[in-house]
Design a protein around this ligand. Sequence first.
Ligand SMILES: [Zn+2]
Length: 194
Amino acid sequence: MNIKYDTENGLREVMLTFNDGPHSVLTPKLLDILKSENIKAMFFVLGINAAADKNIKIVKRAYEEGHIIGNHTYFHRNLKKLSENEIRAEILYTEKLIKSFLTVPKLFRPPFGATNVSVNQILWEFGYENVPSSVDSLDWKDMNGRWVEHTLNQINAREDSVVLMHDTYESTINHLPELILPIKNYILNDFVIS
Ligand SMILES: [Zn+2]
């Protein structure tokens, strides 16, 4: 599933994706930014954060505001190191929490991008599609906003981009407008989901 943007030079896609939330303060702040920018994003929700105090309401808000909700497991463990039963539990505990917000097919992103044959088999069984990212912002590595330039360079070098960020870092939310502005310079606002 992609969000496609019409540009003056044809069709180009930039999908903003956020892993590891919801965060009680930062995710609502992010939703405010996305709303004012009229951008739809993907949220790969971590079960333990969605289960925390009233945070499920934030996921609900994201869903109601047109964002796409996916599963990012419960405890953020490396699935490659788990038994099949543990892998199933990681996926299903989170699914239970966010079931009414999931798409068809359901979308998944594994912690650390770690998958193997067992993980892929279980995802297939459960009806999940893995959504890898193509641009890694490395926002977790740099709290001073230099990740923005690093990310824009990658986006500029590609036709389409699925950008990995995290809605659990203040610096990600604070510097996000600096990423959005240049993208919008060559991307028009209307989009369709296909
Ligand atoms: Zn993660």
